[in-house]
Design a protein. Sequence first.
Length: 184
Amino acid sequence: MAAARSSFLSAARALGALLTLALLAGCAGTPPLPARDADFPLPRQLHVVQSAAGQPALDALLVVQREGAALRWSLFDPMGVPQARQMLEQGQWRNDGFLRPNAQARDLFAALIFAWTPEAQLDAAYGAGNWRASREGDAVQRELLDRGRPRWSVRWPQAAQAGTFTVTTADQVTWRISPLKEQP
């Protein structure tokens, strides 16, 4: 009996250590945010299409709105089921509701803040030298750098509908973002 209890306690300690490491790893992967609150018009309702090599495209609806000093980010699947709900307040993300954390959605949200930050404010928000902008053919592009490599590439094709752009991650996940029309 004592040996079984000792074995159980050892397994519980090992599991606790693994959970702690997983939590720390999750914190280490927090996407970059601007040094100060972003200033862009809200609310916004967006259609998001996520694509990655070898996987089917995933459609989602994203609603971003201000609530006091915070920004509420709500991501839904096509059936209206919440996939992620996050609040951004004073430079800190926190869950909104009982959904488990969704690191990929949080990365999308942070990339959108980068995309929506006016170019004239990028040095103050992300630091001079941490981003670059370019023109490629008929498209405008900007990248946020992470150790000299692009973390996100944001591309606005000239021929696209106003407000439509793509965000590509270093892992080659692409999100196509387009505004939803307001219905009267």
